[in-house]
Design a protein around this ligand. Sequence first.
Ligand code: NDP
Length: 296
Amino acid sequence: MTDIIDGNAVAAEVRTGLADAMDALADAGTTPCLATVLMSDDPASETYVSMKHNDCEEVGIEARDYEIDPEAPADELYATIDELNADPSVHGILVQMPLPDHVDEREVLRRVDPAKDVDGFHPENVGRLVAGHPRFKPCTPHGIQKLLASADVDTEGADAVVVGRSNIVGKPMANLLLQKSETGNATVTVCHSRTENLAEKTRAADIVVAAAGVPEMIDGEMLSEGCTVIDVGINRVEADTEKGYELVGDVAYESAKEKAGAITPVPGGVGPMTRAMLLWNTVKAAGDAEGVSVDL
Ligand code: NDP
């Protein structure tokens, strides 16, 4: 029987698990606060931000909403970030990507106070992760670690293949799997668009993390019997539905399920975990800022 890893259930556990930390912070007179900054009128980005606000509300985190005209000069965004950095009542800052072309994304990532960088994208936080003492783990790979643990997948000594080398998913995922730690100690291969013989590599893997953004590119033929498959992809493909499309992952679910020992569905796998780990990071940021030890 293939274990279908239920991201919604694990995410609900993560949210419930935040309650003790929230209580400890409340006793110290602190409500964790996440500030989101949106400089886009893309409906998808607007939806992501509003989902993040709803998630915060559900667990008692205060969410503040900052919106900047996408036509405004980049300085307006930088000034907002500076203001939020200086505001002690704000614990986490999330600048919704993508940004307009005239804004220097790298400057934005550098500008957010690393202690409030709940996405974990600031170069200091990236460096800490690589060096093995992370402050904030980026939400998607952190959520995947939780999913692997929930399914009792032993990463120690496992051959793991990460398909994708982006800064937000592939690279930090590979780093976390590589860490000398209980949730790491894997032997990691990172694949990308120039990788040759991808199927040979995925077929030799105990754990495959698919984060390429290519609909259903990994099927059962590319997997070994009993492996664990984590599907990060969220791809819109045309379909005969009311909306005219459906969401599929980077894994051809039905054929992969025949081979895998454990697999995440899309939707309902990695997505809910990404959202839950943002809450986790925000609570951690509040604890760190207020000197309250929160056991997460
Ligand atoms: P990027 O586009 O930034 O990176 C994609 C990576 O996949 C690149 O490294 C690229 O290689 C590699 N790649 C592309 N095509 C192939 C191929 N044919 N074979 C092997 N590797 C390939 O994407 P993201 O990392 O941001 O996201 C990946 C997917 O995950 C997307 O579908 C995205 O929507 C989804 N996502 C889901 C999240 C969730 O919470 N579930 C969160 C974040 C992302 P190269 O570097 O050579 O270009």
